[in-house]
Write a protein that binds this ligand. Structure first.
Ligand SMILES: C[S@@+](CC[C@H](N)C(=O)[O-])C[C@H]1O[C@@H](n2cnc3c(N)ncnc32)[C@H](O)[C@@H]1O
Length: 377
């Protein structure tokens, strides 16, 4: 456990109807601190006592090293299986996003003296892609490194987005695939980073800074604010035809739910073919693999598993349900437990074998002996 002991900074800044204050949180018993620029109405809603964050792997599963033109980068210290926890990190700073106020320089820089020496050093060691002439130091570092986190929303206040600056997670460079996921947990004030595909020892671990389903040209435009042109394996394509193919795949995945058959209606409709969802979702998984968007796999795998469940095919159900369990065990333990329960006892799934039963009934009705061929005259 740790205490979120906050001491209110006297200075306040107003922006529209919002009043921002600097809070200094001692987030662990050690030297770690977090300085936060918050809407004052959020402060009373923050947890007063923090749960301990989950323990990260020991020895660490990552290391930070030179990543060439990208600056420093995060690398796998050993083979990391899909679904595994890579690291747990707490922010050193929390700042509001998109507050275009004249007092920004002063308010952001007011965070620095509120940090312990160690936390200040960790914040200042991070990359800054913004010129100091245009952006105050802490804002430049936040714009380069912050990841969106959710804080409690007061019922009457304007909803405000916040970014957390995490000293370790910030070392991950961007790629337009989806290899990892970051889960923010307010009660332990920590973010956990999980692998979504197997990552080999020495391989660079990438995060995503933008919407990776956007087309190639839009992604490049969005990434310009980080000061680089993305040359990741998904962007560095040989010709316009390859770009068009990639854009088409990403657009199809984005619009998937509007374009393709849906699981629930299929599962209730015995007239549709058994493999409708399986064929469709396998196509989605092929596109995901082509584009390296591994973070999108779970809902499709889940529906394939449940399709086999509705068909009463135990071995294929268990095969696909296990994939869901493996990917979710860390990042979505509730879902993993639900599927693990069904693997242990497939018939506990409430629609187990429904389609098989419907087929049997239909087949019996097709038996000429069961057909009523009497002519009513
Ligand atoms: C959050 S930091 C990532 C870690 C950073 N490379 C460092 O040295 O600490 C973001 C900055 O890293 C660099 N960067 C991240 N991804 C990159 C990429 N795919 N290509 C080139 N530079 C990248 C850019 O300078 C960007 O502003």
């Amino acid at each position: 456990m740790g205490d979120l002991e906050t001491t209110r900074e006297k200075t306040e800044w107003t922006w529209g109807t919002q009043t921002f204050v600097v809070e200094n949180a001692a987030i662990s018993a050690g030297e770690d601190t977090c300085a936060m620029l918050l809407d004052a109405s959020v402060v009373p809603l923050l947890p007063r006592t923090l749960q301990s964050p989950p323990l990260g792997p020991n020895p660490p599963a990552f290391f930070v090293a030179d990543a060439g033109t990208k600056g420093a980068g995060m690398f796998a210290a050993r083979d990391i299986p899909a679904g595994a926890l890579i690291l747990v990190d707490r922010p050193v700073a929390v700042v509001p996003s998109n507050v275009a106020s004249p007092w920004k320089r002063e308010a952001f820089d007011a965070l620095l003296p509120r940090l312990s020496q160690i936390s200040r050093g960790r914040l200042l060691a991070l990359a800054n892609c913004k010129p100091l002439s245009e952006f105050p130091l802490v804002e430049g570092i936040a714009l380069t490194n912050a990841s969106q986190i959710s804080l409690p929303v007061p019922p009457t206040a304007t909803p405000q987005e916040y970014g957390g600056v995490f000293p370790d997670i910030s070392r991950a460079n961007h790629s337009c695939g989806l290899d990892i996921t970051v889960k923010w947990d307010l009660v332990s004030f920590s973010a956990s980073l999980y692998a979504l595909r197997p990552i080999r020892a020495g391989e660079e671990i990438f995060n995503q800074y933008i919407d990776v389903l956007a087309p190639h040209a839009d992604r490049r435009t969005q990434l310009a604010r980080y000061g680089f042109t993305c040359m990741c394996v998904h962007c560095d394509l040989p010709d316009a035809a390859a770009v068009a193919r990639s854009d088409a795949a990403r657009t199809e995945l984005r619009d998937w739910r509007h374009l393709h058959p849906r699981f629930l209606p299929w599962s209730l409709d015995a007239c549709r073919s058994d493999d409708t969802i399986i064929v469709s979702n396998r196509r989605a998984l092929a596109l995901i693999e082509q584009e390296g968007l591994y973070g999108m796999q779970v809902p499709f795998m889940e529906e394939i598993a449940l399709s086999y469940a509705v068909m009463g095919d135990e071995s294929r159900f268990c095969e696909w349900a296990q994939k869901v369990v493996d990917l979710c065990v860390g990042q979505d333990p509730q879902r993993a437990a639900e599927f693990a329960g069904w693997i242990a006892d497939p018939k506990s799934y409430k629609r187990w074998g429904w389609r098989a039963k419907q087929k049997l009934i239909l087949d019996q009705q097709k038996d000429p002996a069961d057909l009523d061929i009497s002519i009513p005259w």
